[in-house]
Design a protein around this ligand. Structure first.
Ligand SMILES: Nc1ncnc2c1ncn2[C@@H]1O[C@H](COP(=O)(O)OP(=O)(O)OP(=O)(O)O)[C@@H](O)[C@H]1O
Length: 265
């Protein structure tokens, strides 16, 4: 029913971006390897959401070039880009009063001619993606009645329904309970797509991602596989926290143990 997913790489070279006169990103070089699950990390305000929006062409960069595969993202027709890259923003609202299945079907828009109705195939793809996020039973509920975590999972189903090669997710697990967070991360990890996700939970990033990019004050502070990126020095420099980093004996992936900060009396 769904096509066989195939990822594409994403590269950003020397990206700088100011929003409303505020310099937010400065000279960002990064690579999201084909088929990887790349985690975009960094403290609050480091520029993660802004970078994801810039990569997805929601605005004009001051400088720099972004490529999906060998194509310049800023030169692709919008519809062609939407067939290749799906973005799920943080707190992305869908204001119109739609039913859940109709929200998911919005993902088919780049695949249809204007004003063309949903086909049986479109609906089958949308239902299948709702099943994958465990929400098929809510297909006919009104969107506005869903919980925050349910809305987040519907947005992922909508993005998957777009059948992109690159999935860009801004904090996809921030409303999810631990079971659904693990389920969502495992699903995108095994999707066959290239995935770039901003994440705050560093241990989840260590467990699922094969590549990391760490932003600090609008610049790339480190990038590479989790076992190279997660060092006590990096965590102290970027997050201002003390932590021990162990390698899990079975998976070989890093696990971070944070030390509670001293609180003045
Ligand atoms: N329109 C704007 N005008 C002024 N400053 C902005 C604007 N949008 C973002 N910023 C600032 O840019 C910086 C980066 O914001 P961004 O949302 O990209 O960070 P983030 O790393 O995603 O943060 P968080 O982890 O808190 O979600 C922040 O300091 C933010 O206040």
């Amino acid at each position: 029913m769904t096509h066989l997913a195939e990822g594409e790489s994403l590269t950003a070279a020397d990206v700088s971006w100011s929003v409303d006169g505020q310099h937010i990103l400065a000279g960002v070089d990064m690579q999201v390897p084909t088929g990887s699950f790349t985690g975009l990390l960094g403290p609050n305000g480091s520029g993660k959401s802004t970078l994801l929006r810039g990569l997805a062409r929601l605005g004009k960069l001051d400088e720099g070039v972004v490529h999906i595969g060998s194509d310049d993202v800023h030169r692709l027709p919008r519809r062609a880009l939407a067939r290749r890259l799906a973005l799920v923003e943080q707190n992305s609202a869908t204001d119109i009063d739609l039913r859940v299945l109709d929200v998911v079907l919005l993902g088919r828009t780049p695949h249809r001619a204007a004003l063309q109705a949903d086909s049986a195939t479109d609906r089958a793809i949308a239902v299948h993606q709702l099943e994958r996020v465990d929400l098929a039973h809510l297909a006919h509920r009104r969107w506005s009645t869903l919980s925050g975590g349910e809305q987040q999972r519907v947005h992922l189903a909508r993005a998957m329904t777009q059948e992109p090669s690159l999935l860009v997710l801004d904090e996809p697990t921030n409303h999810l309970d631990v079971g659904h967070a693990l389920q969502l991360l495992a699903m995108v990890q095994h999707s066959g797509l290239t995935v770039l996700a901003a994440l705050h939970d560093l241990n989840l990033a260590a467990a699922f991602c094969d590549h990391l990019v760490v932003l600090h004050q609008g610049r790339v502070a480190a990038s590479g596989p989790p076992e190279q990126v997660f060092t006590a020095d990096l965590l102290a420099e970027v997050y201002g926290v003390e932590a021990d980093v162990d390698l899990h004996p079975r998976t070989g992936r890093p696990h971070l143990w944070f030390h509670p900060p001293m609180v003045p009396h």
